[in-house]
Ligand binder design. Sequence first.
Ligand code: ARG
Length: 468
Amino acid sequence: MLWGGRFKDKLNDSAFKFSSSLSFDVNLIHEDIAVSVVHTEMLAEVKIISSEDADKIIAGLNIIQDEYDSRKWKPDIDKFEDIHSAIESRLYEVIGETAGKLHTGRSRNDQVATDLRLWIKKSIEEIIHNIFNLQNTLVEIAEKHVETIMPGYTHLQRAQPVSLAFHLLAYVEMLERDKERFDFVFKETDVSPLGAGALAGSTLPLDPDYSAKKLGFDKTFSNALDVVSDRDFALDFINGCAIGMMHLSKLSEELILWSTMEWNFIKLSDSFSTGSSLMPQKKNPDPVELIRGKAGRVFGNYVSLISTLKGLALSYNRDLQEDKEPLFDSFKTYTECLKIMEQLLNSIEISPKRFEKELQGDFSLATDLCDWLVLQGIPFRNSHEIVGKLVKYAENLNKNFAQLTIEDLKKINPVFNNEALKILNSNEFVLYRKQTKGSPNPDLVKEELSKWKSILFQNRANKKLIKH
Ligand code: ARG
C-alpha cells in the first residue's frame, strides 16, 4: 500500500478489488517506469536526493523493466491497487529502503496523467503509420482503375458515372483528415504534467521543465489544478479513433455492397470471408462487417469518457481511472481495423468492365445532356425540364438513353442534333468530358494520384509522420 498511516482498518477486500486498476493500467508499465526514471533524475538534479540514491533507484527501475519484459516478474493483481504501487513495491524488494525516496514531491495524480500522455503520443505514431499504409494501398489500387467506370450515387440512387480511382481517392482524402486530426491531438497531448503534484505543486524545489524536456514533451503545464484533472486530450484521441472508425465503416459498407450478387463489382478473397454453417453456397464478408460493427464500440467509448468527465469538480477524482479502458480499447480496435482493412483491400478482385455496358446510355448522363443544352444557349432550368421530359419519354417507351433515335430527341425539342445523341450513347469518353477540378476526369485523377504518391513517398522517405 502507498498509504495507510492514518488508517485503523484495512481496505475491505471487495472494495479493494472494485477499485483496483492494475488489470488494465499494466498497459502503462513502460511509460510509468520512464516517468519514474526521469523524476528520479530531476530529484538528483535539484539536489533533493543524492546522485548515489538516484543511481540506485534508476538501476532498480531498469531491473524491474527487464524482469517484466522477460516475463520474470509480473505485478500481482490481487495485491496492488494499480501499476504505480506495484512498481514501487517491487522497487523496495529490489533495492531496499532507498525505494522510499522515489515518490518525493510526486502524486499518482501527476504521475498517471504523465503516463497517459506518453502512451497517447506513442499510440498516435502507430495509428498514423497504419493510416498511411492504408492510404498507400488505396492509391495503388486506384492507379489501376482510372478508367474503370462505375455508377456514382447520391441517396444510393444512380447519379453520375465516376471511376473507381476517383471513388477510392475520396477515402484517401478522409484518411488524410484523420491523420491531421491526430496531428492536432498529438500537439494537445504534448504537455508534461509531472511536477504538478496532487493538485497544487510542491514546496520542494522541483524542476518540472527539466522533467518535461527529458521525457520529450514540447511544453510543461501552466496550472497544476487543471493538468491533473484534464483528460481532454484522451477524449480528443478517442474522438480521432471514432471518426476514423466511422470512415472505415463507410468503406466496409461499400465493399459489402459491391461484393453482393446484385453489384457483382468485386470479389472478396476466401482468406477474408467466412462460410455459413447452414447454407453451403454462402461466402460471407464477416471481417469487413466486423470493422463496420466495431465502429459502434469506439463511439461508445467516446460517450463513456465524456460522461465520466461531465460534472467533475476540480481536480483529480477517482472517476478519472475510468478513462483507461475506453482509451485502450479504442486504440486496439482502431489499429486492428486499419490493419485488417489494408490486408483485405490488397486481396480483393475487381471486375473493371462490370459497369461498362450497364452504364451505356444510362440516365446518369442526363446532367451531361443538360450541360450540352446550356452550351446551346438554353437556360439551365429549361434544359433540366427538357431532359426530364426526355427521361419520362424514354421510360414510357421502356428504352434507355442509348436506344433513343434523333427523331425521338427532336420530338422533345428541335434543338437536339447528332452531337446531343452522341453524348447519350458514347460511354467511352464520358469521364473525359468533365472539366472541373476535383472531378473524375481521368487526366485530373492521374494528377491527383501522382500528388498523393509523392506525398506518401515523402512521408515514407522522411519517416516523419507527424509534424512536430
Ligand atoms: N489508478 C489511478 C488512476 O488511474 C491512479 C491515480 C490514483 N490517485 C489517487 N489519488 N487515488 O486514476
